[in-house]
Design a protein around this ligand. Structure first.
Ligand code: ATP
Ligand code: ATP
Ligand code: MG
Ligand code: MG
Lengths: 169, 164, 164, 169
């Protein structure tokens, strides 16, 4: 299958709703200046697949919600004062048989996660099982390389390497 | 459990050398480097560790810690792609994997991705280097819109442009 | 001991903001970002820690862990150059500090080094990016001579060439 | 003062003797392909200033000596069989008053270090003191940034930062 589109709403530096259409491209490149939001886009893809927030440069889920953060002293205008209280990421994934899967993960105002497949609420277990069928093994994460991590893949300890191979087996 | 592990290990150690050669081959060194995976304890592979050795073309050392930054990145990518080939996930997301690479290695990585990207495996690559991102089929440009204090996205299909 | 520490801290926290502004200023943001060093415990500064905060231009967060890779590098360089200014060592050796930087930031670092390099401070910089190494006065090219299995060195004085 | 020249002999990937003349350049750039020996040059400068081998990607001093290492199976020709048994790095440093200092550190065949200032053998303590007079504080190392280390300078713990400032004070 392939990722067709990604939709982010109030996720990290993405205020309100944004959508990226990848079409049928099998090699997409994300570019932009330092601090523009490239790694946040990767965090969005990782988040919707079920990766924990500690792997996304945050301590809790709430950190992943867009914050306009008014600096001390700036007056708070009425439009800006409503800080976003929830956020979601949705990916459209086309299976090899042509079916379209819409996977959505939402951070609720109470700071918990809600998982939906094709707009139906499901448990995280079921969500994970659906991905496993597509060979998306979030636990192994051998298909996600976060910024700065590539070199240590080659110099990891023999135990770690054996564990990684064990998870993919 | 042991059988599954062995199947994975056999497959990955079977392809690691070819993958590393494909990533390190050049006109000067058509053979590329060599890479091996060895089990530290023959009898209980999943108890012991697995040692990875990679030797760049025409170098002589086997110890991984003597490799330079760029050489380590190339060895890491070979390992990553080999492990992936066992139970291939449908896509990769790679964030600035080319940071330590010189232009020649960036070019080799771009060629490898172009060759292997397809319906079986989709690549989403974040990069600051022209030598890599110009090879993509689709370009996603991200910028910061200061007015509204938010990241914004532009997409462009590169296929409709002649090869740079 | 406390006096010496205070003198160092006062000096460094006095220059950190100006150094960070010099590194992050641009046409779009002529003011640059802002940076501060604060002592966690007022009474016994050398017992407690010192917290460093840097905020890129027009961003609003003070937490360092929210910065991107490139933003962290620029904040790190500002800290490094500020600490150095207290008891300046005669030279710096910097190995691929530009790996995470986009072209605009590479340019700013090159300008900073060119401006501060002189008889009081010598910079020796290892880099793969044209945007940085072409600003040097002397270029040291290192290559591997396969025949004798050794690194070799070539030097070139860039000052005799017109500015690229 | 300024570094005028660096001379390496059988140090890491530099076989036999090599010399780099920096002249009176205050901004020198070192370039070259991956694996060519750029970081080894920085290791050479750090080594001659007294930095320990564990900071130079090695476990013991002997690792820093050039090894042609014949791979298993290759026949050993007579010229190649003499592996280098010692190595040295020499820097020529011009003090601000114009005096020239030649600092040399040698790895002896027995694996120990020998320090020389203007060709006279000295103790490591004296060697260090001479550098301290020039404000080269090897313990603080705030003027050497090794490959891959720059980002963590900004995110080091408050205790580490306070220690670093203490050493430079
Ligand atoms: N919850 C949030 N709300 C708003 N902005 C956020 C949030 N979390 C992080 N950010 C902002 O996102 C920015 C970092 O973005 P990101 O790491 O994606 O940059 P990048 O494009 O990868 O840059 P680089 O090329 O330097 O790696 C930071 O400047 C930070 O202020
Ligand atoms: N004692 C030694 N004898 C011979 N060669 C050595 C020795 N120690 C290290 N090397 C070689 O030096 C090479 C690494 O060099 P170095 O780290 O300086 O490369 P680099 O130019 O910095 O590359 P990059 O741009 O990838 O960082 C390795 O390939 C290794 O084989
Ligand atoms: Mg990033
Ligand atoms: Mg290097």
């Amino acid at each position: 299958g392939t990722l067709k589109a990604i939709e982010l709403c109030n996720f990290k530096s993405y205020r309100d709703t944004h959508r990226v259409d990848l079409g049928d491209s099998s090699f997409s490149a994300i570019i932009g200046p330092n601090g523009s939001g490239k790694s946040n886009m990767m965090d969005a893809i990782s988040f919707v697949l079920g990766v924990r927030s500690s792997q996304l440069r945050s301590t809790q889920l709430k950190d992943l919600i867009y914050r306009g953060r008014i600096m001390r002293g700036e007056e708070v205008s009425s439009t800006q004062s409503q800080e976003a209280t929830s956020a979601y990421v949705l990916v459209e994934y086309e299976k090899s048989n042509g079916d379209l899967l819409k996977l959505k993960r939402t951070i609720t105002p109470s700071g918990t996660s809600e998982y939906r497949i094709n707009n139906k609420v499901t448990s995280s277990g079921e969500y994970n099982a659906t991905m496993k069928k597509e060979n998306i093994l979030v636990k192994a994460r051998n298909f996600l390389v976060f910024q700065g991590d590539v070199e240590q893949i080659a110099s990891q300890s023999p135990q770690d390497l054996s564990k990684l191979i064990e998870i993919t087996s | 459990r042991c059988d599954k592990f062995n199947a994975a290990f056999e497959h990955i150690s079977g392809v690691i050398d070819a993958t590393y050669k494909e990533l390190t081959r050049s006109d000067a060194f058509p053979l590329g480097g060599s890479a091996t995976l060895t089990v530290e304890d023959e009898h209980e592979p999943y108890l012991e560790g697995i040692k990875y050795h990679a030797m760049p073309p025409m170098k002589r050392f086997r110890e991984m810690e003597l490799l330079s930054g760029g050489e380590k990145t190339m060895a890491a990518l070979a390992l990553l792609f080999s492990i992936h080939s066992f139970h291939p996930s449908p896509f990769f997301v790679l964030d600035e994997i080319d940071a330590a690479l010189d232009n020649a290695n960036v070019q080799r990585v771009a060629n490898y991705i172009r060759k292997h990207a397809g319906s079986k495996c989709q690549f989403i690559v974040i990069s600051l280097k022209r030598g890599l991102y110009t090879h993509g089929e689709c370009l996603v440009g991200i910028y910061r819109d200061q007015e509204v204090n938010s990241s914004k996205i532009l997409t462009m299909d590169l296929r409709s442009y002649p090869d740079t």
